[in-house]
Design a protein around this ligand. Structure first.
Ligand code: ADP
Length: 333
């Protein structure tokens, strides 16, 4: 598909440029022709005056001058032909390279999109298969109330995972289609971060992890969508809890006149340098065997998307087996 588009674009660009070069050559030749003939007319006029004095044949001199003009025009013709020949090779060549370069980001985006759809379909399929198998097994024989409750509980967990995944996919799809995000207002970031911390307090306690957050006394106002901002910090704290087995998670807030900074530091498994750039890609998960944690690899790409919407930035520093620190910066508004 992209190769055909590239060939078509190359042909169109080459044809346009070559027509331009041929028209310019024609115009140059026409101009030179006129110029030399004007010169020639002047020379003839001069010469006829002199020849009358020198008694030379006027027709011979006329003939010689015309010859000189024809020779000069012939030289120009050859030069123009050579230039045209060079362009005939150069233009399609450079058009091929240029179209390749300009189509590359579109091609890459298309590949990513296809990958995204394939991954989404796969990840939607997994909980559905679990649900269907569990139901089939449950229906094979009569069970006690406790057994049914256990199966329903597990079914509910799968449905919750499925609906979380669908929500995340819808969120990313909405952003991709350029739909405007509503409900933007002035939000107190301290509130937002406190809520995100509270959402994970139970999970941290369950793993015996200290979750430390000392909210600043003053309000830190940010212009944005509160639900999205809670999700942003919740995803980061969720990861910190998921990828830390012992130690603590510290959430720190600072701000200047223009920026609010939130640092989320953990003492977890850390991230290798070569993976740091990729963790924000959709569906990217570092070697799943390194931890028991479940996820779809969408958490950080959602964080990245929310930050793009809010004109914020994120940086990450990490040392494998020591811990990770995410630093979020948002404009104060
Ligand atoms: P997931 O659902 O897999 O957690 P994310 O997009 O949130 O997806 O994260 C992508 C990957 O980045 C994770 O699979 C994990 O390997 C790595 N990662 C994210 N946060 C941390 C962290 N705090 N410590 C260690 N690894 C992390």
């Amino acid at each position: 598909m992209f190769k055909t588009a590239r060939i078509k674009l190359t042909l169109v660009y080459s044809a346009l440029f070559l027509i331009f070069i041929w028209m310019s050559s024609f115009a140059i030749f026409w101009y030179c022709n006129n110029f030399f003939h004007q010169q020639y007319v002047q020379e003839i006029q001069e010469k006829t005056k002199n020849e009358a004095k020198e008694c030379e044949s006027p027709t011979y001199s006329e003939h010689m001058t015309e010859m000189a003009v024809v020779l000069a025009l012939d030289k120009i013709k050859v030069i123009l032909l050579v230039i045209n020949g060079i362009f005939l090779v150069l233009i399609p060549g450079s058009a091929w390279i240029l179209t390749g370069k300009s189509l590359k980001p579109i091609e890459e985006a298309h590949i990513r999109e296809k990958q995204f759809v394939a991954n989404a379909a796969h990840d939607l399929r997994t909980p559905l298969t679990i649900l269907s198998t569990e139901m089939e097994v449950a229906l094979q024989k009569n069970r006690t109330e406790t057994e049914y409750k256990k199966i329903l509980k597990s079914n509910k967990e799968e449905v919750e995972k499925l609906s979380k995944l669908v929500d995340e996919l819808l969120f990313l799809a909405r952003f991709d289609t350029g739909k405007k995000q509503n409900n933007v207002s002035s939000v107190d970031l301290t509130d937002v971060v406190s809520m995100a911390v509270a959402l994970h307090a139970k999970a941290a306690k369950k793993k015996n992890l200290k979750l430390i957050f000392n909210p600043p006394e003053e309000n830190v106002g940010v212009n944005g969508n509160k639900t999205m901002l809670i999700q942003l910090f919740s995803n980061l704290i969720d990861n910190a809890v998921k990828y830390t087995e012992k130690g603590k998670i510290t959430v720190l807030m600072k701000h200047s006149e223009q920026k609010a900074i939130v640092e989320i530091t953990d003492t977890g498994i850390g991230i290798e340098r070569e993976n740091l750039k990729k963790i924000f890609d959709r569906f990217y998960r570092i070697d799943t065997s390194r931890s028991e944690t479940k996820g779809y690899g969408l958490g950080l790409s959602i964080v990245d998307t929310i930050l793009k919407i809010h004109k914020g930035t994120i940086t990450v520093e990490s040392t494998p087996k020591k811990g990770t620190k995410f630093v979020v910066s948002l404009p104060i508004g």
